[in-house]
Design a binder for this molecule. Structure first.
Ligand code: MN
Ligand code: MN
Length: 456
């Protein structure tokens, strides 16, 4: 054999593919950018995904509905979690091909009683959601996205800060002139969670106590018909303002909020739409709550996936256990891209490299692989064969240097149901920062990779 066949080497998608391919990469990324801009929260991602799916003939499914071969269905779980599935022409006893991404991202949620006034400034108190480096969220403009659920069942949709004429929100930081003591603190303690308060006003109404707060409540009541108590049944998220942007002079990357994990959710979706003629029964899951442990009835630990597989199995008179045993899953989640600026946190040989294709993570977890689904070698072997069929540029990585930290995905919750599962996704720079970076080449290879998985 030639040396180049004997030795394993990662190589950039840009090097491996031609100009025509590069054009497809740029074209595909436009659709992804539009999805990012429409979907900053899990609720918005569900709405945007349903809209796309309906364009391909997907119809709502309710438990008890009849399922037919060739049918395209979606189950919208509380507007925060979406299951899309198609019934293939082959018997479902052959298993289901599942791609599972998440659509929640780290952010700052408003507390239930958020408003307070101090020193003629009014603030919203927040509680951070997911793993953030708190110092990154101060002194930057933020928008508010979410819902306020009223007692009468009315649900008000809120987006403030995205239109150029909207006001924005802001978390105060200490000026460097007075930061000498703060500068000595470890990064993780410099900004405590309780200091992440959004500045929302400074103009009083009248001259009583808390007059700025009274003015804010008056504005909120005039505009949305709400009172302070209504925040108790609200889900409002502070997220970085603005649209996704091309990054780099070569426009090879995208800078945006929430690539983790829309950069896998979108290709999982587009791969489903591209695979509608596949003989396999397909399922694409867009989960909520991954960033806080996949808990609750919109997270991946909820039984809904099983309930749906039970319904699909029953519709063809086979056992759900048989279907699950034959099913395969790609847990579609991001990996940490090797960053030469923080090389000490990575082991380069086993890290995902920027633009070197979609990345398999055989395992995630922390310390001695604690808390991970460690995918079976046979399954990875099969997937290597699938990737080869469509000449997908792929790589393998692990989440940083041993004992530097770690992380997890939805993979283990799906694998626990006797389904072969491995993580596959796009490498991200500055994961969980207000704005993250991905390579357009990698997201396109993710799309092609999920699509090959659906079809072969
Ligand atoms: Mn993720
Ligand atoms: Mn994450």
């Amino acid at each position: 054999m030639e040396e180049q066949e004997l030795v394993y080497k990662k190589e950039s998608v840009w090097k491996k593919k031609d100009e025509e391919f590069a054009q497809k990469v740029y074209d595909y990324s436009k659709g992804y950018a539009a999805y990012l801009d429409a979907a900053k929260t899990e609720r918005e991602a569900v709405a945007a995904s349903v809209k796309l799916a309906e364009g391909y003939g997907f119809v709502p499914f309710n438990f008890g509905d009849k399922l037919e071969k060739g049918g395209r269905y979606y189950y919208n779980n509380r507007g925060k979690n979406l299951y899309l599935f198609t019934i293939g022409s082959e018997p479902v006893s052959e298993g289901i091909r599942i791609s599972a991404a998440h659509i929640d991202s780290p952010r700052l949620d408003l507390k239930q009683i958020p408003i307070f006034e101090d020193s003629d400034m009014c603030f919203f108190k927040t509680h951070y959601y997911g793993g953030i480096r708190k110092y990154q969220w101060v002194a930057t403009p933020l928008a508010l996205h979410g819902v306020i659920a009223m007692k009468d069942g009315d649900v008000k949709q809120i987006v403030i800060g995205e239109d150029d004429t909207d006001p924005v929100f802001y978390i105060n930081d200490l000026l460097p002139h007075l930061g000498q003591k703060d500068n000595e603190k470890p990064l993780g303690t410099a900004i405590p969670g309780e200091k992440l308060n959004l500045l929302i006003g400074s103009r009083p109404l009248g001259d009583g106590t808390d007059a700025v707060k009274l003015n804010i409540l008056t504005i909120l009541n005039d505009k949305y018909g709400i009172t302070e108590e209504d925040f108790i049944s609200a889900e409002l998220c502070a997220v970085p303002i603005g649209k996704s942007r091309d990054a780099g002079l070569d426009r090879s990357m995208i800078c945006a909020y929430g690539h983790d994990d829309r950069v896998c959710a979108y290709p999982a979706l587009t791969a489903l739409f591209e695979s509608l003629e596949s003989p396999h029964t397909l399922m694409c899951i867009l989960a909520d709550k991954e960033e806080i442990g996949s808990e609750g009835n919109t997270g991946m630990q909820c039984e809904i996936m099983l309930d749906l597989i039970n319904e699909i199995a029953a519709s063809q008179g086979v056992s759900s256990a048989l279907v699950r045993a034959a099913s395969k899953c790609l847990s579609a989640d991001v990996s940490a891209a090797f960053d030469p600026n923080f090389a000490e946190a990575f082991e380069k040989k086993n890290s995902a490299l920027m633009s070197c294709g979609v990345c398999f993570n055989k395992y995630t977890g922390a310390r001695g692989k604690s808390g991970t689904n460690d995918a079976n070698a046979e399954y990875l072997g099969w997937l290597r064969g699938v990737m080869e069929k469509d000449a997908i540029v792929w790589q393998t990585g692990e989440l940083g240097r041993i004992d530097y930290g770690g992380g997890g995905t939805v993979a283990k919750y799906i694998a626990n149901h006797n389904i072969d599962t491995v993580d596959m996704g796009v490498p991200v720079i500055s994961m969980h920062a207000p704005y993250e970076i991905i390579s357009k080449a990698d997201v396109y290879e993710a799309h092609r990779g999920f699509s090959a998985f659906n079809r072969y």
